[in-house]
Design a protein around this ligand. Structure first.
Ligand SMILES: *[C@@H]1O[C@H](CO)[C@@H](O)[C@H](O)[C@H]1NC(C)=O
Ligand SMILES: *[C@@H]1O[C@H](CO)[C@@H](O)[C@H](O)[C@H]1NC(C)=O
Length: 225
């Protein structure tokens, strides 16, 4: 009898688990082949990720990336150089569910509040001192001044930033559990979108009048995206 109950319990649990959607993990799906070097030029429809180059056309050079051997020498208006090593820069990452960024800072440089909508970030500081922080969906700020050798982790989709608070340059390497984590910066998302969000929406949301909203829009547009 007990045996029969267990069997029907297992049957019910199996049916329930098959009918439930897969857990909504935001990691990229597991590949179905050794590799699938992205054919970025392919005209085939993109389903999720890029179509593969023919495996026979792969060579060693496809699996190596030299774009991080040189230091950044151009910095944006916030004194940061970002080198993204995602599937667009390194097509061999296609379907492998990982990628990397290097972020370099001049003194005072700021990697402004942003999210990576498709990935968790695990970062290693290799130079300088950074004030690194992120804000949870409970609006709690978690932060620390980190220096060479220290790691920090940003849960998927959370708003985060780093400010160079040291005397010299700073840099860290970020790894992501997605070939294409994406970057969504808060300031241009709200104040420099295409087309712009209407002033009424922003003035109500921020409890500011239209002239202040227009001022913020013009300042943010000057920063660039
Ligand atoms: C970062 O520096 C590299 C190497 O000098 C340069 O190719 C790249 O354009 C720079 N990136 C930005 C966002 O300025
Ligand atoms: C808008 O708000 C700012 C800041 O509160 C204030 O200084 C300014 O006079 C206001 N402008 C108008 C047109 O109400």
């Amino acid at each position: 009898m007990a045996y029969q109950i267990n069997l029907s319990l297992i049957l019910v649990l199996t049916i329930v688990s098959v009918c439930l959607p897969w857990p909504s993990l935001s990691v990229d799906p597991t590949p179905l082949q050794d590799f699938c070097i992205a054919d970025l030029e392919s005209k085939s429809p993109i389903i999720n990720g890029f179509p593969c180059k023919k495996p026979a056309d792969a060579s060693s050079k496809d699996f190596f990336f030299e774009g991080l051997t040189k230091r950044g020498n151009e910095f944006d208006t916030l004194n940061v150089n970002l080198t993204q090593v995602d599937v667009f820069a390194f097509p061999a990452l296609n379907t492998l569910g990982m990628s990397m960024n290097r972020v370099e800072f001049l003194p005072g440089g700021l990697n402004p509040p942003h999210t990576h909508p498709r990935a968790t970030e695990l970062s290693l500081v290799v130079e300088g001192k950074l004030l690194a922080g992120w804000v949870s969906t409970e609006y709690i700020l978690y932060w620390k001044v980190v220096s060479a050798g220290e790691l920090f982790v940003i849960p998927p989709g959370m708003v985060h930033f780093q400010l160079n608070v040291g005397e010299g340059r700073a840099q860290f390497y970020a790894s992501f559990n997605s070939q294409n984590p994406g970057i969504s910066k808060m300031a241009p998302t709200l104040f420099d979108s295409i087309p712009l969000i209407p002033d009424d929406v922003l003035s109500t949301a921020f409890n500011l009048n239209d002239s202040v909203i227009q001022l913020i829009k013009s300042k943010v547009a000057h920063l660039g995206r």
